[in-house]
Write a protein that binds this ligand. Structure first.
Ligand SMILES: [Zn+2]
Length: 241
């Protein structure tokens, strides 16, 4: 059984600290109670392993390592602060950005204050935006944090929502519009789509091309890219099936 920390207080439904009122909540799943106190980074076991190592997944050698297992989990508790409305909007499948009432610059992702020195930290106002924009730039991911490895390879892009002066990083789902990853190009118009059940995270939204991307690659460049994508796909298939 997990030991509970003396001062650890699990937030009760509807209860908050001094001068804080709970307006709405999805309570924390009780299965996570005590979860943050398990393990405490102690070594729970170890292994000596031989594993791949190399600069690229098609150029790997073998090396011997010691691996230790340290249980460590955190209930990450943070406020979205003044841009909270954007995340609340995601729950309703709406895209909210902000606009400076002085210079009229529009921000998505939202900024609570204007970025222009001449606007002197002017507070911005909320505006609802159409879920569409332009793919400003992109990368094709061949490696990622563990949670995203099974989804590789995929496109991560910077999207400029129509009318806005800032860019948001979003996954670009080429397959959802019937295109191949290697067809991705800058300046492609995109629609912003929501996952079925938004949770109030930037991962609730992603971009899908709304027009066929205009290719700027030479046949050689395209062939090289397809080969690189195949290497990643076969590695992911081998690892995750
Ligand atoms: Zn301004």
């Amino acid at each position: 059984m997990a030991k509970k920390e003396k001062n650890f207080k699990w937030p009760k439904i509807g209860e908050e600290g001094h001068n804080v009122k709970v307006v709405k909540e999805v309570p924390i799943d009780p299965k996570f109670e005590g979860w943050g106190n398990l393990g405490r980074m102690s070594i729970a076991g170890y292994r000596i392993i031989e594993a791949n190592e190399g600069p690229r997944i098609d150029k790997l050698g073998t090396r011997r390592y010691m691996r230790v297992y340290r249980p460590y989990d955190i209930m990450y508790n943070h406020s979205y602060g003044r841009v909270s409305k954007f995340f609340e909007g995601l729950l309703e499948k709406k895209i909210y950005g902000t606009q400076c009432p002085q210079c009229r610059d529009k921000f998505m992702p939202p900024r609570a204050h204007c970025w222009r020195p001449e606007c002197n930290l002017q507070e911005t106002e909320w505006i609802e935006l159409k879920p569409q924009g332009i793919l400003h730039s992109y990368t094709i991911l061949g490696f990622a944090a563990e949670a995203f490895l099974p989804q590789l390879p995929f496109v991560l892009g910077y999207v400029r929502v129509d009318g806005c002066n800032t860019l948001i990083a979003l996954r670009v789902a080429m397959e959802e519009a019937g295109y191949m990853i290697e067809e991705v190009e800058c300046d492609t118009p995109v629609n912003i789509k929501f996952i079925d059940e938004p949770k109030g995270s930037v991962l609730d939204i992603y971009a899908v091309p709304s027009e066929k991307p205009k290719s700027r690659r030479t046949p050689e460049q395209k062939e090289h890219l397809i080969k690189q994508i195949e290497i990643i796909s076969s590695w992911v298939k081998k690892k995750y099936g």
